[in-house]
Design a protein around this ligand. Structure first.
Ligand code: C2E
Ligand code: MG
Ligand code: MG
Length: 556
């Protein structure tokens, strides 16, 4: 059983100082008692001699005041003794309270593990101990997978039960003297000393740990499934001199490895590798680039043609974001969109791009539509509909020519909020498409309750048509679903005439893909439309939606 090693922590200054103060008080109290005893002895013997003289020889007392002094002396003695006892008790209580406060400051009250503040010094101490015996230290960072979801679904008490159970299961498996700390939320760190000649023992421990954590947590009749992502790093990989820096470095390495474990699909453990450090540096560089690139206008819309597959007629364009980075060249949205989402800049970025796209599309023939992709995070913004309408008004762009593409995964977020938002947008005349359909396991019931205008088949199924039997079956099913629900379908990812031929067998679709050309920038679109005589020649449309018609914030 792992012990919470706060006893091993370096001495805290505060209790030491109060111990000194207590000792001083003890000495003063004791001094009073000793002085009173000495006085009592001296006084008492004189009074006793006087008393015996009076009693045996009938002599009058030499010093009648001596009796009074003795009584006072006894009172002083009692007072001094009492004071000494009180002080000793008081100091004891204070010491106990300080120890409790010290312990509370070092531990997490829910799980009784160490907390974020104390794990560093504890690990530092462990590294010192390991060094003296030629051993090494392994540190692990752990994050409970999807903890927020289970907290939301079953309540905070169920979440607490998961944390307490998980901590105790870890503690059961770790060797004696290990460190176990809860860093906050669902994040834990633990560390143990190991023999570098038998490092394979760590892998065995991890397997047992994974199995133990995976046992369901029972709480008020519920059986809660728990998995975790764990990152591991050892002191062998950290070449820092002093134990303090080394402790920080190992925890940082374990954290990077945990991030990789999560990225690789969670419910696994992952060892730290030096390349992770480089990846992190690259990522911070991208983050900084995105922050600076948005105001600098480095993010620009590219456009991909959308055509009617039966007639070959151009129907519109899908706007696809591109980052023209001075440092990294043309960067794909698949790289920068997830980062922009994580650092909270997706709304700014998206609004910026939509503003540019609406300005470009205003020049196109009114028969052409503009599709834009929206991140699931933007759908959570209760002001999203209003922001979009504002952009339309600013650009004087008719809402019915705008198509918002939301991916199927958005539907799992919060269906109530999504429904309210879709309804709000549709009321303003904006069209809504369900993008990447077939990848996100939406149920038919969900599709029925959401008023989509169009379904887009994910490009994976289209591009593998003819090569993969399942793709054909799925496209056939989506096609009949579209017919049944009276929803038009767009097939994305048409790369070759063979795929187009094959696709035609399943019905009438709109389509897009590299067969019709790669996404191009606004200038190239302009040139193309000029050639096709599809550039607007007449005056801009009248204002299609006045600012006062903007909807209120959508609430679920
Ligand atoms: P998506 O909405 O499914 O966009 C279609 C993607 O498929 C585009 O990739 C496009 O270049 C690619 N594609 C089109 N035709 C073909 C083809 O024939 N073969 C193959 N292999 N690929 C084809 P891209 O531009 O890299 O965009 C990737 C994803 O990034 C988009 O997938 C979309 O989900 C997201 N995205 C793009 N722009 C934005 C944006 O402004 N905001 C948000 N939130 N997401 C965006
Ligand atoms: Mg799309
Ligand atoms: Mg798509």
């Amino acid at each position: 059983m792992a012990t919470a090693p706060f006893e091993k922590m370096p001495e805290d200054r505060a209790p030491a100082r109060s111990d000194e103060q207590g000792a001083t008080h003890d000495i003063v109290g004791l001094g009073i008692v000793v002085a009173a005893v000495l006085l009592f002895v001296a006084n008492g013997s004189a009074v006793l001699a006087d008393f015996l003289g009076t009693l045996l020889h009938g002599m009058p007392p030499h010093e009648p005041m001596l009796g009074t002094a003795l009584v006072l002396n006894i009172a002083l003695l009692l007072f001094g003794w009492r004071r000494y006892v009180d002080l000793t008790r008081e100091v004891g209580q204070r010491r106990e309270a300080e120890q409790t406060a010290h312990r509370l400051a070092q531990t997490d009250p829910l799980t009784n593990c160490l907390n974020r503040r104390s794990v560093g010094p504890a690990l530092e101490q462990m590294i010192r101990t390991a060094r003296t015996s030629g051993h090494e230290v392994v540190a692990m960072m752990m994050d409970v997978d999807n903890f927020k979801r289970s907290n939301d679904a079953h309540g905070h008490q169920a979440g607490d039960a998961i944390l307490v159970q998980t901590a105790s299961r870890i503690a059961e498996l770790l060797p004696e003297g290990s460190i176990i700390a809860r860093l906050g939320g669902d994040e834990f760190a633990f560390a143990a000393i190991f023999d570098p000649d038998h490092a394979e023992a760590i892998d065995r421990l991890m397997v047992r740990l994974n199995e133990s954590i995976a046992r369901p947590v029972h709480f008020e009749g519920l059986s809660l499934e728990v998995t975790a992502s764990i990152g591991l790093a050892t002191s062998c990989q950290a070449d820092a001199g002093d134990p303090g820096t080394m402790a920080e470095m190992i925890l940082h390495h374990a954290d990077l490895a945990m991030y990789q474990a999560k990225k690789a699909g969670r419910n696994r453990f992952c060892w730290f590798e030096q390349s992770m450090e480089h990846e992190l540096r690259f990522r911070s560089e991208l983050e900084r680039g995105i922050r600076e690139g948005i105001p600098a206008g480095e993010f620009v819309p590219f456009y991909e043609k959308q055509v009617d597959l039966d007639t070959g007629e151009l129907r519109g364009f899908e706007m696809l974001a591109r980052w023209c980075s001075p440092r990294h060249g043309l960067v794909s949205p698949e790289i920068f969109i997830p980062i922009a989402e994580e650092i909270g800049l997706i709304s700014d970025l998206s609004e910026n791009l939509i503003r540019q796209a609406l300005r470009d599309a205003r020049e196109w023939d009114p028969s052409l539509t503009l599709s834009v992709n929206i991140s699931p995070l933007q759908l959570r913004d209760p002001w999203f509909a209003q922001k979009l309408l504002k952009l339309l008004v600013e650009a004087n762009f008719p809402p019915h020519r705008l198509d918002i593409e939301i991916t199927e995964t958005c539907l799992h977020e919060n269906i109530g909020v999504v429904r309210t938002l879709i309804t709000s947008l549709k009321n303003q005349g904006i069209r809504i498409s369900l993008d990447d359909f077939g990848t996100g396991y939406s149920s038919l019931a969900q599709l029925r309750t959401l008023p989509f205008d169009q379904i887009k088949i994910d490009r994976f199924f289209v591009s593998t048509l003819g090569k993969n039997k399942d793709s054909g079956t799925i496209i056939e099913a989506i096609s009949s679903l579209g017919k049944g629900m009276d929803l038009p379908i767009t097939a994305e990812g048409i790369e070759s005439p063979e795929v187009l031929e094959e696709l035609r067998k399943y019905g009438s679709f709109k389509g897009q893909g590299f067969l019709y050309g790669q996404p191009i920038n606004a200038t190239a679109v302009r040139a193309l439309l000029t050639e096709k005589k599809l550039l607007k020649t007449h005056q801009p449309d009248a204002l299609h939606c006045a600012p006062e018609t903007l909807p209120r914030a959508a609430t679920a």
